[in-house]
Design a protein around this ligand. Structure first.
Ligand code: SAH
Length: 222
């Protein structure tokens, strides 16, 4: 296997140069081999600061966007985190290095299954992957200290906000399809109180409603 640790080092230094200051985020990016979360033919591009195509017509987010969103969650080691949009599993892997438990939901059965395998092959045991519609959150394990949505919603789903702890943070791109999206951070300040701030302009694949794509032969539910 090619050793890409020098490329990984370079990427982490680039993240710091681009303004990522959270040491836990930078350390996690140093731990996770991004090349293992992209299709094999793209391994040589894994440490470019770019989104790349993955299976099922989806994409693995740009490293800078993963770093920015993870930093925006203001994580602490005991936290429990929900991710909507597992995709490749890379962002979940980064989260797994920082917090105690990660719950992640993916609409495409094939992607959920592949992400499970990739996480297991990294020896990561504190991530639970579910095949389903993440717009409803994962009520069984709520509340979460932080929730991150890695696909763009037209509006903030109410069921996600109520699955935050008091003090919890939700980071989500919001905006119309095919538009530039606003990266929002919503902080739950009381049972019925939320504060909202806009962090950045970003561009994401859409958070899709409705039926989840079947798992196909390889995947299992939940
Ligand atoms: N976090 C990912 C980025 C994934 S791209 C990574 O690190 O690679 C966004 C993902 O959200 C896609 O895989 C897409 O299938 C998924 N998605 C879209 N709508 C969804 C929904 N309603 N519930 C769960 N996942 C959804």
């Amino acid at each position: 296997m090619t050793d890409r640790s020098a490329e990984r080092d370079r990427l982490v230094r680039l993240m710091a140069a681009r303004g990522v200051t959270d040491r836990r985020v930078l350390a996690a990016m140093n731990q996770i081999r991004r090349e293992a979360f992209v299709p094999a033919r793209l391994a040589k591009s894994a440490y470019r600061d770019a989104a790349l195509p993955i299976e099922a017509g989806q994409s693995i987010s740009q490293p800078y966007v993963v770093a920015l969103m993870t930093q925006a969650l203001e994580l602490n080691p005991p936290d429990r985190v929900l991710e909507v949009g597992t995709g490749s599993g890379y962002a979940a892997a980064i989260l797994s290095q920082i917090v105690s438990e990660v719950f992640t939901i993916e609409r495409h059965g094939q992607l959920a299954a592949t992400a499970r395998e990739r996480l297991a092959s990294h020896g990561i045991r504190n991530v639970m992957v579910k095949h389903g519609d993440g717009r409803h959150g994962w009520p069984e394990y709520a509340p979460y200290d932080a929730i991150v949505v890695t696909a763009a919603a037209e509006a903030v789903p109410a069921s996600l906000r109520v699955q935050l702890t008091i003090g919890g943070r939700l980071v989500i791109p919001v905006g119309a399809r095919d538009a530039i999206h606003e990266l929002l951070r919503i902080r739950r300040t009381g049972a019925d109180d939320y504060e909202e701030e806009s962090l950045e302009q970003v561009r994401f694949v859409p958070l899709l409603p409705g039926r989840t794509e079947p798992a196909g032969k390889r995947a299992t539910e939940g």
